[in-house]
Design a binder for this molecule. Structure first.
Ligand SMILES: NC(=O)c1ccc[n+]([C@@H]2O[C@H](COP(=O)([O-])OP(=O)(O)OC[C@H]3O[C@@H](n4cnc5c(N)ncnc54)[C@H](OP(=O)(O)O)[C@@H]3O)[C@@H](O)[C@H]2O)c1
Length: 258
């Protein structure tokens, strides 16, 4: 698979790094205007360029990881050079319909919402496409399955996916930070508290993904009657633990929808 990533910033680089590690047969090109900070990718076999159309005709999938206001400039550069390509766009807020109108009918628009854990093969990449592009989009699905999970969703849930899967990374990290801070208060140095907190979250997530059960079923296994866990959980809930997270996620969604 030849993958051409336009926009070598946070997300573009994490996808390139993930592909170099978890999809070593992929041939990856990544572009941005100032490439100095990403030239190290060349050592991993990734082609780095300042020219957006560099070898673009050979690409099986073109991935857009640029900001919304950069889309028109980039498309003006690449559209004369491509035909019959799949354009997988991670640009938030850019609908399939809008993108399809911009790229014309000879190219296919697929919308993706990865997160920066793609670098570790652990992204939850939501993917949406129109029925007419179902077959072509399977290549995009396969590509992002190599970087984690890649559920196909209805496009109307894409904003919700942005909040849950992309912003969700920050929410999960803030939980880990809080747990780490508490860990320091109860006796650990920050490195040990961080290692314990992060691994505990990873373990909890792996159990959920493996067993495919409701979280409460697993919580029940660690809450002994009259024990320390249920006492802590109840105290957290009294201070709005779940409700503050739910309110935060709903506020993020409102912000996206404008
Ligand atoms: N970060 C995330 O976790 C995440 C998750 C899901 C979706 N997204 C979406 O993905 C997009 C990128 O986000 P990001 O966080 O990766 O942003 P970012 O770090 O700012 O990356 C954007 C990159 O695009 C490059 N760029 C700008 N103009 C360009 C042009 N004309 N040609 C080629 N490259 C150009 C910039 O580099 P130069 O200035 O050097 O050109 C920059 O490195 C956004 O639409 C965002 O909403 C991000």
């Amino acid at each position: 698979m030849k993958v051409h990533i336009i926009g070598g910033g946070n997300l573009g680089v994490s996808i390139a790094l993930g592909l170099s590690k978890f999809s070593p047969d992929s041939k990856v090109t990544i572009t941005r205007r100032n490439t100095a900070s990403i030239l190290y990718l060349e050592k991993l076999g990734v082609t780095v360029s300042t020219i957006n159309i560099h070898q673009i005709q050979e690409a099986d999938i073109i991935v857009l990881t640029i900001k919304p206001y950069q889309v028109d400039t980039v498309l003006a550069e690449i559209l004369p050079a491509i035909t019959n390509k799949i354009i997988a766009s991670a640009v938030s807020g850019l609908s399939i319909e809008n993108l399809q109108n911009k790229i014309g009918t000879s190219n296919s628009a697929v919308r993706i919402m990865p997160n920066i854990a793609a670098q570790f093969g652990a992204s939850a990449t939501c993917i949406a496409f129109n029925e007419k592009d179902k077959e072509k989009a399977q290549d995009v699905v396969a590509l992002f399955q190599s970087l984690g999970t890649a559920p196909i969703i209805d496009e109307k849930l894409m904003d919700a996916a942005t909040v849950l899967a992309a912003s969700g990374t920050a929410f999960a990290l803030r939980y880990i930070r809080a747990s780490m801070q508490a860990g320091i208060e109860i006796g650990f140095d920050w490195q040990t508290a961080l290692a314990i907190s992060a691994q505990t979250v990873k373990g909890a997530a792996e159990m959920l993904l493996e067993e495919k059960v409701h979280p409460e079923q697993l919580i029940d296994r660690v809450t002994t009657p009259q024990g320390c866990t249920i006492a802590g959980l109840n105290e957290m809930e009294m201070h709005g633990f779940s409700s503050s997270l739910i309110r935060g996620i709903k506020t993020s969604l409102k912000q996206i929808k404008g």
